[in-house]
Write a protein that binds this ligand. Structure first.
Ligand SMILES: [Zn+2]
Length: 227
């Protein structure tokens, strides 16, 4: 399973499932902006300003709870249904256009980062794999033939002049993320039962990165020998 996290929706996966940003979070975010504006108009040190600060904090908390609930639900869905979940490494900057979306970059970053963490620790607990792959080329490359098909941010469809494939841009990206994930754990080879030392090293690296995110989670060593 490959998941593309994007701005237009929350995510698109390699089975074609598109998850929308939750509406109740969007609504609450609008309310937050309004209350924050009210706060900025209150006189410093005044009683009204203190009161308004409490209101802003409460709205913040509500958004946080709703978003966490959403992220836990979808990460649970993916870990329950797939043995391998591949996501883009968010530490490598992805070019995103936020303008006109009503969501700030920091809110998106926080949601995506939290989602990756949720998937990672849930996968580790379930003895499954969550891998982070480089976002390089995931949008531009054709997932069918591998040729580079340049497209700017406004182009929503992937139309490959080399092999003729047509699909939504985010779906093509999710496919590439999945392919990269399979390659990373060595499942993309024609004979996945053959394990060479190179694959073992890759797995050890992935496991290390998972552990650094949630150190208290026990390691399921049996997974490596099963491969
Ligand atoms: Zn192609």
């Amino acid at each position: 399973m490959g998941i593309d996290l994007n701005v237009r929706n929350f995510s698109t996966d390699s089975d074609g499932l598109v998850i929308e940003n939750p509406k109740n979070v969007k609504k609450a975010e609008k309310r937050l902006a309004k209350q924050q504006q009210k706060l900025s108009r209150k006189k410093k040190g005044s009683h009204n300003r203190r009161k308004q600060k409490v209101i802003v904090a409460k709205v913040h908390e509500k958004i946080e709870n709703r978003r966490n609930d959403f992220l836990h639900k979808i990460s649970r869905y993916y870990v329950n249904n797939y043995d391998l979940v591949a996501l883009e490494d968010l530490n490598i900057t992805k070019l995103v256009q936020i303008s006109g979306r009503g969501l700030t970059k920091s809110i998106l970053d926080a949601s995506w980062g939290k989602f990756v963490k949720c998937v990672t620790y849930k996968a580790e607990n379930a003895g499954k794999f969550a891998v982070k792959v480089s976002p390089k080329g995931t949008t531009q490359d054709c997932c069918i033939c591998g040729e580079k098909v340049a497209k700017d941010l406004s182009v929503r469809m992937h139309l490959c002049p080399y092999c003729g494939s047509i699909m939504p841009r985010d779906y093509n990206a999710a496919q590439n993320i999945k392919l990269k994930g399979l390659e990373k754990v060595g499942w993309g080879t024609p004979e996945p039962t053959v394990l060479n030392t190179e694959n073992l090293n890759t797995l050890a690296e992935i496991r290390t990165s998972i552990l650094s995110l949630s150190e208290q989670v026990p390691v399921n060593e049996s997974r490596i020998s099963q491969l």
